[in-house]
Design a protein around this ligand. Structure first.
Ligand code: NDP
Length: 234
């Protein structure tokens, strides 16, 4: 059955691969962007997830065009790396405000309609570093670890209404975010990954569409690693 899906940050990178995977299986897909527009036939809404009013307006536009959001993929995220002693409070709070508080804003706005429909899927894109840790990423890792608490608490609050909330924790993925890494650092990371390579964005999308499918209806509060074995045991 076709669903209405919202993928934040679906204009590029992992979000775009996720949006295209849902569109390919016949779902109605909306993606957010911040002024860049969106590729292909996806329904684009301009939205900065640090602004609760903009999130509300984006949901309103999607509801008018495609119907209530049934599958929420909270994917939009940023990094702002530096070592703890150099990290300003602004750098910490900006990353948390986008990656963690942004996800809360989206989930809260989506939950009302999901409750009414007695069906919903929330999928939060975290990162292997949320539970593994990463030097230079105190802000980012904290925001990504926080998503586990968000998904598990939503599971306990809304699980009886056929609403699931899960976390996907990718390892290193070939996108603009990792393109910024120096080549020697990339080579170092690749040595640590049992798969010996970074992931393609499509390899993250497969786990996300599966979590939204009927086959995964009894999975909630889970953290699904898609990391080539990097984070085993974390
Ligand atoms: P990119 O840097 O390629 O894209 C980030 C996306 O997030 C863009 O669409 C961007 O929009 C959007 N975004 C950022 N801030 C906001 C905001 N305030 N409001 C709305 N949209 C925003 O990232 P990736 O595709 O690599 O990453 C996607 C997700 O996956 C992120 O949450 C990231 O943390 C996570 N992840 C990525 C990994 C990787 O190796 N690449 C590994 C593990 C997790 P715009 O185009 O307007 O800037």
């Amino acid at each position: 059955m076709a669903r209405t899906v919202l993928v934040t940050g679906g204009n590029r990178g992992i979000g775009l691969a996720i949006a295209q995977a849902f569109a390919k299986q016949g779902d109605r897909v909306a993606v957010t962007h911040r002024g860049s527009g969106v590729p292909g036939d996806l329904f684009g809404v301009e939205c900065d997830i640090t602004d609760a009013a903009a999130v509300d307006a984006a949901f309103g536009a999607i509801e008018a065009e495609l119907g209530p959001v049934e599958v929420l993929v909270a994917n939009a995220g940023i990094t702002d790396d530096t070592l703890l002693l150099r990290m300003s409070e602004e750098q910490f709070t900006r990353v948390v405000d986008t990656n963690l508080t942004g996800a809360y804003r989206l989930a809260k706005r989506a939950a009302g309609k999901m409750l009414r429909a007695r069906w919903g899927r929330m999928i939060f894109i975290s990162s292997v570093v949320g539970l593994y840790g990463s030097p230079g990423q105190v802000n980012y890792a904290a925001s990504k670890a926080g998503l586990v608490g968000v998904a598990r608490s939503i599971t306990r609050e809304l699980g009886s209404r056929n609403i699931t909330a899960n976390v996907v924790a990718p390892g290193y993925v070939e996108t603009d975010m990792t393109a910024a890494l120096p080549e020697d650092r990339k080579a170092e990371y690749q040595k640590m990954i049992p798969a010996g390579r970074f992931a393609a964005p499509e390899e993250i999308a497969g786990a996300v569409t599966w979590l939204a499918s009927d086959a995964a209806g009894y999975i909630s509060g889970a953290v699904i690693p898609v990391d080539g074995g990097l984070g085993m045991g974390h």
